[in-house]
Design a protein around this ligand. Sequence first.
Ligand code: IMP
Length: 456
Amino acid sequence: MSENSAPNPAPGGSSCSAVVGMQWGDEGKGKIVDLIAPQHDAVARYNGGANAGHSVVVKGERFSLHLIPSGILYPSKLAIIGNGVVLDPDKLQQEIDGLRSRGVDTSGLIVSSRAHVVMPYHKAEDAAREDSLKKERLSRDGEQSSVVSEIGTTRRGIGPAYAEKVQRSGAVRVCDLLDPETLREKISIAIATKRASLVDQPGVAATLDVAGVTDWALHAGENLRPMVQDTTYLLNNLVRAGKKVLFESANGTLLDVDHGTYPFVTGSSCSVGGIGPGTGVPVQRVGRVTGVMKAYSTRVGAGPMPTELTGDGEDGKIGDRIRTRGREFGTTTGRPRRVGWLDLVAVKYSAMINGTTGLALTMLDVLAGFDTVRVCTKYEFAGKQTDRFLPDSASLSAARPIYTDFPGFSEDVSAARSRGELPPRARAYIEFIEQTVGVPVDIVSVGPDRAQTITS
Ligand code: IMP
């Protein structure tokens, strides 16, 4: 049997874990991955690209990761970028350089040869599409529409890169970067099909120059070469050898291309279901699924958000206060995040999609100091109450949240290190989440640092 072959049936049980976002991203997955990574041998990303922003604070030092799995901060672990990720080679290099300059050992980083590459023209397409959708909206009535408007993407070329993957012919994978002939051919095909739609856009000429883009891609390939492997065999062989892999999701379940608030979603499968296609490891290898959720809701970009706190009145003021206290500005784009009360209809839906076995509740400290804290447990839609997350954006935009109110807690909870040290009102809030979602809260985060965490 060759070193690459992996026998069936597979040993290894379901010893792997996953960390997934239960809301619209930015739930604090980076910190939770960082916390549970020590119990694993490798950390693998399986979806998304440089649209993600995972922050980890270690001994007061903040690391912002976009493409590299958060496990990189543990030098002994493999940090694997799986085939389901769309890879921007320039962003990856910047991230590697940034980590190295701060003394982080990046030698454990491995990139799948099957991952698709975000090409310069994908970013141009992303921007051109967003601009034309915005122009179209403004030419109608100027209002943000819940059905057709710009998505508010990160403009990192994520959607066009995934679209190219599905269209196939001109798509460039990491393995192609190492094969000049195939690469030139693919780039020529891709550019020929894009020229007509992009040629009038300002500043895109360089992205449509076959020779220039090919040179850029070959250079990117040379930089990547030492890290490139067949991660499908690597990961499956690790699992068969009894090693534990932690799968790190990017974005959030409500941004999942199938299960999120379509069309206001990202281009990938952010839920646990993305692990199979995004790594080649069967999802039944995953036993523990940690669903990360904030103690309130946030969202970046357009799309429905039933509990949003907005406007000039009291709601808007509460929203501003949460935004400021929670530093709710995008790690990737710096955009202010939309803020709202906790939506448990949404979280319960995400728990169902992911088979979540335990919750990690983050940013609880941000809720200190409010007289009342509200939790949405149902929606009213078309004259009826429902506890279902509505499947289309138009309905969800029209849904009115029905709240359960809790007396707030005034105490600063950032120094609590056990549940018993939390004020009773904060404990009641957590218990309500557990009962409503039907999943235990295993981890409570009360501040950005590794140490500011409650696990008992
Ligand atoms: P795209 O992923 O750049 O195509 O953006 C699609 C939508 O997903 C936009 O509303 C983005 O703001 C949102 N999005 C993508 N990645 C993240 C993330 O990691 N956190 C929060 N929002 C995200």
